[in-house]
Design a protein around this ligand. Structure first.
Ligand SMILES: Cc1cc2nc3c(=O)[nH]c(=O)nc-3n(C[C@H](O)[C@H](O)[C@H](O)COP(=O)(O)OP(=O)(O)OC[C@H]3O[C@@H](n4cnc5c(N)ncnc54)[C@H](O)[C@@H]3O)c2cc1C
Length: 254
């Protein structure tokens, strides 16, 4: 498995759930909608939450203090993504333990910190080319590169007050706003989905921490202006009867 330089990031948590990200980033999935085991063990995350409460509760005491799975509505509970990152990291470590199989590895697994800059076919094999100029061969390649940094608007790179991707630049944004001396600030967030909401909440937190800013305006914009979906599993037996977009009406329309 090849992964870009980790620089303090955790492999298991992936990009969206890094433990170093802002505490204000929350899931858009309710806690009973999250499970690395899918439908086989739909409660897997909730069982983990109960068991690991001392660990995640140390980071989020304000959430842990009122957290009782018997009393809360899991379909209405949305936790910080950092907590899901801890869960995913545990799942990753569990996978490593299973592969190790008590010292008799099931197969050879290696995590290599390299940035893959190209993949080419060569003599029936894939040739991986790394950013440091080195190469490796593989019989086949799985691209699982996830969400990658925005490469549009390169001409704006380095412009003060422009940040291409807030997830990897939270410190720079915090410093920029902390040093802001004028009483008014206006910010534009391009994108209205998860990353847009995260960025807006992040800016809100940073701006409020600067007493010289007396008024501010945050504007989110996107092509369609659609905000993220909130995902909650339906309660058993409570799936709604669709009045308009149902099979009959769809068939009648096509
Ligand atoms: C802000 C945000 C919030 C999200 N919130 C939710 C949510 O609430 N619920 C939900 O279900 N999904 C959410 N998602 C979707 C999320 O992307 C997936 O759930 C999941 O994390 C994707 O995992 P992944 O392994 O595909 O990608 P990632 O977790 O992004 O992992 C890809 C990895 O590949 C590495 N990589 C990329 N390019 C290279 C390269 N050239 N060489 C070497 N390594 C490389 C990256 O460094 C990264 O670690 C969110 C996504 C984002 C961005």
């Amino acid at each position: 498995m090849y992964e870009r330089a980790l620089a303090g990031r955790t492999v298991g948590a992936g990009l969206p759930y890094q433990l170093t990200q802002s505490r204000s980033n929350i899931m858009n999935d309710s806690i009973n909608y999250i499970s690395v085991k899918g439908y086989d063990e739909p409660d897997h995350f909730m069982v983990w939450l109960e068991r690991e409460k001392p660990r995640w509760g140390a980071l989020f005491p304000e959430i842990a203090s009122g957290f009782d799975l018997k009393k809360i509505n899991p379909g209405g509970t949305f936790l910080p993504r950092i907590i899901v990152g801890m869960y995913l990291d545990d799942a990753y470590k569990e996978c490593l333990r299973k592969i190790d199989n008590g010292g008799k590895p099931l197969f050879k697994f290696q995590l290599i910190e390299k940035d893959v800059s190209d993949v080419r076919k060569e003599a029936g094999k894939d040739m991986l080319i790394f950013a440091d100029g080195t190469q490796a061969h593989s019989h086949f390649t799985v691209l699982a590169t996830g969400n990658v940094e925005n490469i549009n608007y390169k001409e704006l790179a380095g412009t003060p007050g422009y940040f291409a991707y807030h997830y990897r630049h939270e410190d720079a944004i915090r410093d920029y706003i902390a040093d802001y001396k004028k009483p008014e600030i206006k910010a534009l967030i391009l994108g209205t989905r998860l990353a847009g909401v995260d960025g807006t909440v992040l800016l809100n937190d940073f701006i409020k921490a600067n007493p010289s800013i007396k008024s501010y305006k945050l504007t989110m914009t996107s092509r369609e202006g659609v905000i993220p979906m909130v995902r909650v599993p339906p309660k058993p037996g409570s799936t709604g009867n669709l009045k308009h977009i149902n099979t009959n009406n769809i068939n009648a329309a096509i």
